[in-house]
Design a protein around this ligand. Structure first.
Ligand SMILES: O=C(O)CCC(=O)C(=O)O
Ligand SMILES: [Fe+2]
Length: 342
């Protein structure tokens, strides 16, 4: 059973030992309805941009997360993209594996649990399709799945819209931080968006396992599309469930933005729980810097009273160190820290 994708176990009756999380990580009773459910909702339409900026800054400072409505991405396209993501994950294991493994460099790939499957002690209950989304799009698209037949067409349109939305949110955050609106796009810091399509099949005992362990994202920001419950955010010692709102996106601050803003904006830990009846699909659009870009606290945001809290390093180095410490945010932050405290 271990050799197959989680989605290939249609009638699994119990959680295999290799998927049972250690007791301190298990969601237990906090799987769904017993959690609080409240993260801020930000309406991105409207004429008063100053108010929108204030609202986003407050939400990201308080929670590291918010849901965006009236964001400008066509609803029909969101529905089509989610439908095609579900169609991909509903294909046979053979088709998913061959359609997701066309890229010899493995930037576009399909895998179960996590990229550390071979070395991790315990797996998580998910299958993943991931691929790059930066320009020139056609060059990456040839490695994207060709089945379902409309995948490239629909997802190609979807990622163009998400890149626009990402730029818009980053511009608003820049203004909130007092940086020029084009700060990220002009520096290459937002030049490397990647899509990750998570699929969490129904699980016989969601209290024992996780779809995704507690982590922070190694991105500038992440834009998540979800239609079923399962995402939880850790705040003030508690797990908060992020209930899907129709046609909203869930936005969160990643570690790269935490570094650049010198801690003015902070990421939040989050995880995904599984569900005993429904399969859940979520699509995370990560805005990453290009590999060779140096990430460090922006000089305009540091001074003698606000010394840089984070070391400077290339994104590539940041990412490999992040991955080796994935589940341990404290160790990640310690690695990044200059030793200065707020
Ligand atoms: O599936 C979700 O809701 C969470 C996805 C996520 O956090 C991630 O892919 O980093
Ligand atoms: Fe995440």
């Amino acid at each position: 059973m271990d050799q197959e994708l989680v989605s290939s176990w249609p009638n699994v009756q119990f959680v295999p030992d290799s998927y049972v999380r250690p007791p301190e990580e298990r969601p237990g009773k906090l799987v769904l309805s017993s959690c609080k459910t409240n993260i801020p909702v930000v309406d991105l339409e409207g004429h008063d941009e100053t108010q929108i900026i204030l609202h986003i800054m407050k939400a990201t400072k308080d929670f590291g997360f918010f849901q965006a409505i009236n964001h400008g991405v066509p609803k029909v396209l969101m529905d089509e993209a989610m439908a095609v993501f579900k169609e991909f994950h509903a294909m046979t294991e053979k088709d998913k594996t061959s359609e997701g493994s066309k890229d010899p460099s493995r930037n576009c790939s399909f895998y179960r649990s996590s990229k550390n499957y071979q070395t991790e002690d315990v797996h998580v209950w998910r299958d993943v399709l991931t691929h790059p989304c930066h320009d020139p799009l056609e060059e990456h698209m040839k490695f994207w799945p060709a089945k379902p037949t409309r995948y490239r067409d629909v997802v190609g349109k979807y990622v163009v819209e998400l890149r626009k939305l990402g730029e818009k949110i980053l511009e608003l955050l820049c203004e909130g931080l007092g940086l020029g609106a084009s700060y990220f796009s002009s520096t290459g810091l937002s030049g490397n968006p990647v899509l990750l399509v998570n699929h969490y099949p129904p699980c016989p005992d969601p209290s024992l396992t996780l779809g995704l362990i507690r982590h922070m994202d190694p991105s500038l920001i992440t834009i998540l599309l979800q239609v079923e419950n399962g995402l939880q955010v850790f705040k003030d010692g508690e797990w908060i469930a992020v209930e899907p709102l129709p046609h909203a996106f869930v936005l969160n601050v990643g570690l790269v933005l935490q570094i650049i803003s010198n801690g003015k904006l902070k990421g939040a830990e989050h995880r995904a729980v599984t569900n005993s009846t429904l399969a859940r699909t979520s699509a995370a659009f990560f805005i990453y810097p290009c590999n060779d870009i140096v990430i460090e606290p922006e000089k305009a945001l540091t001074n003698a009273c606000n010394p840089p809290l984070f070391r400077s390093m290339r994104f590539k180095e940041f990412q490999s160190n992040f991955l080796s410490r994935y589940a341990n945010s404290e160790a990640v932050l310690q690695f990044l820290s200059t030793g200065h405290k707020h």
